[in-house]
Ligand binder design. Structure first.
Ligand SMILES: Nc1ncnc2c1ncn2[C@@H]1O[C@H](COP(=O)(O)OP(=O)(O)O)[C@@H](O)[C@H]1O
Ligand SMILES: [Mg+2]
Length: 255
């Protein structure tokens, strides 16, 4: 299927027959075996599956971090990978259009919490004052505003992770990829993060793909897909409609 040329309607992710082979000879591992996946704009999709199934490999391929061996990827209608060949400037594309949350927060250790979020905006040429304002709003929404001027080492694992989520959302990415983002959070905070993703998807029209093991929060997702042995299983039935989540703008002031 050719990518939709209208960028406002093209899916957030259109991945077609992705394969990834690690190693060679007797260390050869087929981590992705012709995986095809579409995530629409405004859609929040959970990616489930046992350890070693290929979830992180799929996420990092779609996130332009770890090129597939074969297959095609289009993001927001833009063809970005053909096999292991990049069709765009991947660093600029990642910086401007993608938001990542990994299992570990990976914050810059010598920057404060707010600076860690701010830098994601400044690197995209946002002036520093509005960048700081937006960074503080996001930290506030995530319940870590009181730690804005703390260095990562002074934050708990859960607080660091919430700063990492704020950083991933800072540029209003059109695609958010998260790999077990709530592993370091208690179930209430974990659910809040999932609900925030859902809200960003529904309000900003972003596509969201989240690897998760937390079955208690699956009702937040529009859809779940499951991987095993490098293959996607047929889609499970849609989960029940979740309760409305609080709005992102509810507790923020512009000035
Ligand atoms: N850099 C790598 N080199 C070799 N094999 C790898 C590498 N990364 C992942 N694998 C293998 O690929 C398979 C899928 O791994 P991964 O995508 O991390 O799975 P998941 O995230 O579902 O646990 C596993 O068998 C894993 O051991
Ligand atoms: Mg993984």
């Amino acid at each position: 299927m050719p990518p939709d040329l209208d960028p406002t309607h093209a899916p957030a992710i259109a991945a077609s027959r992705l394969s990834k082979i690690y190693g060679r000879g007797n260390t050869r591992v087929v981590a992705l075996d012709e995986v095809s996946l579409t995530v629409d704009r405004g859609e929040v999709v959970a990616l489930l599956g046992p350890s070693g199934a290929g979830k992180s490999t799929l996420l990092t391929a779609v996130g332009l971090i770890n090129p597939p061996t074969a297959g095609q990827i289009a993001i927001g209608g833009v063809p970005v990978m053909d096999g292991d060949r990049a069709l765009v400037d991947v660093r600029a594309f990642r910086r401007e259009r993608l938001g990542f949350v990994f299992q570990k927060a990976n914050l810059i250790p010598f920057l404060t919490a707010v600076q860690n979020v701010q830098i994601a905006l400044e690197i995209n040429d946002q002036p520093s004052r509005p960048a700081r304002r937006r960074a503080l709003q996001l930290l506030d929404y995530l319940g870590v505003a009181d730690r804005a001027d703390h260095l990562p080492a002074m934050l708990s694992g859960g607080q660091q992770q919430r700063v990492a989520v704020a950083r991933a959302l800072a540029n209003r990415p059109s695609l958010i990829l998260a790999d077990e983002p709530t592993a370091a959070l208690d179930s209430r905070r974990g659910r809040q993060v999932m609900e925030l993703f859902r809200q960003v998807a529904h309000e900003q029209g972003a596509g969201v793909l989240v690897v998760t093991h937390d079955h208690r929060a699956l009702d937040v997702f529009d859809r779940t897909v499951e991987m095993e042995d490098g293959k996607l299983r047929p889609a499970s039935p849609p989960t029940q409609t979740p309760a409305p989540s609080p709005t992102l703008h509810g507790n923020q002031n512009e000035s």
